[in-house]
Design a protein around this ligand. Structure first.
Ligand SMILES: [Zn+2]
Length: 323
């Protein structure tokens, strides 16, 4: 894998944008310079036949479809682009979602088939599948959800869990019980990728090993497997921890890798590298939105939530010897 300087990469992208040049592969990107560590780590030295794709590239903060395309050509890691959908988020109507999807579709039309960006959406309202226009849903390559928003604040707005204070005063065990149910709710939705899986807010993160028992992890993993939901390993995130990844792989779960960027800057992907080096993911263990026989599933999942029976899953896992 060739390594390039992040500075020259960013400069080249800026030039491309300024000049509206479609292809930048001739730009002088071969001289490593400046702080290239984050960028070098972005493309871990994995077997290209793994066909790795970053399914969590937000088009926000100046990040564009063209930049996601260029990035893929340079790093060898393909791109999937999305943006946040929900009542309090940039894409808060079907009309805006249609515009977002149409914008990427239009860009894709200028590209050879194999270079096209996959188009997704990150769903932040728990009734999204009832609200989304089925015609738009059918045009998406994937839907990604995370568990980082739960319930409402007193003013009726979403409770964004990452904003909770480090000294949040709450019955932690009762809170985690509620949070765990929330994780099962999200994984039961017709999503494809569960992002930042097993994440905990700062106020409770130190209790990770105690709260994420093998049984809780295994039931969540089985619910994901049953629903065809991939588990995400996200850049710059310490979640999920190795015990979870190990168990999930043993159980036959699929994983996806994501950035979750806020702007065009490449994130540090040490977490990807760490997991690749430890678990040696195979092609079959990586989730993808298409099949190698060329048939693209494109939202084959009906837009419906599944029922999850915790006790029934525990029983199945006991019979299999997982628990
Ligand atoms: Zn995201």
């Amino acid at each position: 894998m060739r390594r390039f300087g992040i500075a020259s990469f960013v400069v080249a992208l800026a030039l491309c944008m300024a000049l509206r040049v479609g292809y930048c592969q001739d730009a002088n990107l071969t001289e490593p310079q400046g702080d290239s560590e984050a960028f070098a780590n972005y493309a871990p030295k994995v077997d290209p036949s793994l066909d790795l794709r970053d399914y969590h590239i937000h088009l926000r903060g100046g990040m564009t479809a063209a930049m996601a395309h260029e990035r893929a050509k340079i790093t060898g890691v393909k791109s999937g682009v999305l943006e946040n959908n929900g009542r309090e988020w940039p894409i808060h109507t079907n009309e805006l979602l249609d515009q977002f999807v149409a914008g990427v579709e239009e860009y894709n039309a200028s590209l050879p088939e194999e270079e096209r960006l996959k188009i997704g959406v990150q769903v932040n309202d728990r009734d999204w599948y009832k609200v989304i226009d089925p015609a738009i849903y059918a045009r998406l390559d994937y839907v990604l959800g995370d568990t980082m928003i739960m319930g409402k604040k007193e003013d009726g707005s979403d409770q964004r869990l990452w904003l909770l204070p480090k000294d949040y005063d709450v019955d932690q065990d009762a809170w985690f019980q509620r949070y765990y149910q929330h994780c099962l709710t999200v994984v039961s939705e017709p999503i494809d990728i569960l992002a930042n899986v097993t994440w905990l807010p700062d106020f409770i993160a130190a209790r990770y090993d105690e709260l994420w028992t093998r049984e809780r992890m295994a039931v969540l993993i089985q619910a994901a497997i049953d629903g065809g939901v991939a588990l995400e390993i996200q850049a710059e995130s310490n979640f999920p921890k190795p015990e979870f990844v190990e168990l999930a792989l043993e159980m036959g779960a699929k994983f996806s890798f994501g950035s979750n960027n806020f702007d065009p800057k490449l994130k540090n992907t040490d977490s990807w590298k760490r997991n690749f080096e430890r678990f040696h993911f195979t092609r079959e263990q990586l989730w993808r939105d298409y099949r190698y026989d060329g048939t693209a599933p494109k939202r084959v999942k009906p837009a419906e939530k599944r029922e999850i029976d915790y006790n029934a899953i525990v029983k199945r896992l006991q019979e299999k010897g997982i628990l």
